[in-house]
Design a protein around this ligand. Structure first.
Ligand SMILES: [Zn+2]
Length: 443
């Protein structure tokens, strides 16, 4: 039996160029040609999206394959050459790294991986993990890339996971606009939903399978299993040559990054979190269209923000009132001297609704119209009847709530890669992934 290698790759791209998944796609081809046998789809592992020094999707990849003993060194050489050739080494924030583990993935690496997905890990922790579990690491520049490369190895996607078929453009077309036929994407969505997700933004009609940047990705189809994403790929009309495509297994759309923190005070900056508490200020809209409210529990309070790009999600947030019990999901942004930390809402679960009490002015005893205030603590008066009632008080009225209990999410165009869309609730997987189908990559 040939030994199985797990090769993690991270931090090859920059805001201006490159794509770690494309490197994985190239390597699938090269390693297959070398005679290596893949034991899983390439894993695309999204790491903590709230780490401030990461600008893009923060995705790392892991290739898991069996390789004959005598071919291991040439496989590793190929990997390093291709990573080097396709990384944006000149960019100051790019630190490409490759990590390689032989044999089974120990629980200790998986634990490290969960930390990198849900929190923040230091380079020295990555180095300690590498040493303890005999992971060989190659950094092409700085050392920071090894954090994600090791994390990709450790996230074996044994719990919930999804699949994404990514098709790539040829070098000739990469700088021109994509011409993917929108009608074909609509048809693909109709025929494969809900087993595929986030193909289209229903609010704006925007096509979401095609990225907007200059990266080599033509489109990505996300779904619950390899067959459905392959079927979707068969329906979409690219209107340009596809250089290659690969099915990835991934933590996209699984909320892998979100974990419950025990109290508001323990919601720390740069971490994605689920915080439970009561709404303690009325939601208000600030310039720019962002909606803010304060969430409180016995330990403290934190501002929660639904940003303008979250669209109609803000309408639900605006309907919250003081006293509502909610679970707020999102990344914690570090506060300033003046303001505390802010939770950038990715979704919100309304768990209990408080009574919405509004106060109305009393009615005039003569004409029945609403009176007006006669001044602070001076009661009310009716102008028409010239009546003043110094003992009158505002009348509390219970307003019917327009908000229902349940989960509220922004429209798909505002989702993070990791955000679990509403259509995936109830479809969470347990256990390992499905076996490789044929074909799972091309060429
Ligand atoms: Zn009156």
């Amino acid at each position: 039996m040939s030994p199985v290698l797990h090769v993690g790759i991270d931090d090859t791209d920059s805001p201006r160029m490159g794509c770690t998944t494309y490197i994985a796609a190239l390597l699938v081809d090269e390693l297959t040609n070398l005679g290596c046998t893949f034991v899983d789809y390439p894993n695309l592992v999204r790491l903590n999206p709230n780490v401030p020094w990461k600008t893009r999707g923060n995705g790392a990849v892991c290739l898991r394959f069996a390789c004959d003993e005598e071919k291991i060194s040439s496989a590793m050489r190929t990997i390093v050459v291709i990573v080097k050739r396709n990384s944006d080494l000149a960019h100051k924030r790019t630190d490409p790294a490759v990590a390689c583990l032989r044999g089974e993935v120990p629980a200790g690496i998986t634990a490290f991986s969960k930390k990198v997905i849900r929190s923040v890990a230091a380079v020295r922790e990555a180095e300690k993990t590498a040493k303890k579990f005999k992971i060989s690491c190659i950094s092409l520049k700085g050392r920071r890339g090894i954090i994600g490369a090791i994390a990709a190895i450790g996230e074996t996607l044994q719990g919930d996971h999804t699949y994404e078929l990514i098709a790539y453009r040829t070098p000739q077309t990469r700088s021109s606009p994509r011409k993917v036929d929108p009608e074909s994407v609509l048809r693909m969505d109709r025929e494969t939903r809900p087993l595929t997700f986030n193909n289209i933004d229903p609010e704006t009609g925007r096509i979401l399978v095609t990225p907007r940047g200059r990266d080599p990705i033509l489109y990505g189809i996300r779904g619950e299993n390899p067959d459905i994403v392959l079927r979707g790929h068969g329906i979409v009309k690219a209107n340009e040559d596809v250089e290659r495509w690969v099915i990835f297994r991934t933590n996209h759309g699984t909320d892998d990054h979100l974990s419950q923190v025990p109290s508001v005070a323990e919601a720390l900056p740069h971490r994605p979190a689920v915080v439970t508490g009561k709404v303690s200020t009325m939601p208000h809209t600030i310039p720019g269209g962002h909606v803010i409210f304060e969430l409180r529990d016995g330990s403290g309070a934190i501002d929660c923000a639904a940003y303008e790009p979250t669209g109609s999600f803000r309408d639900a947030v605006r309907k919250l009132v003081v006293g509502d019990l909610v679970e707020a999901y999102g990344g914690i942004r570090k506060g300033t001297k003046k303001y505390g930390h802010t939770l950038n809402l990715e979704k919100i679960k309304v768990m209990d609704l408080a009574q919405d009490i509004r106060f109305e002015n009393p009615r005039c005893s003569k004409c029945g119209k609403r009176m007006e205030s006669a001044g602070r603590r001076q009661g009310f008066r009716c102008r028409k009847c010239r009546i003043e009632d110094t003992t009158a008080r505002k009348i509390p009225i219970a307003v019917e709530r327009e908000l229902a209990l349940g989960m509220y999410l922004p429209p798909p165009r505002a989702h993070r890669h990791l955000t679990k869309p509403i259509t995936r609730y109830g479809r969470e997987k347990k256990g390992p992934g499905l076996p490789l189908i044929e074909p799972w990559h091309w060429p």
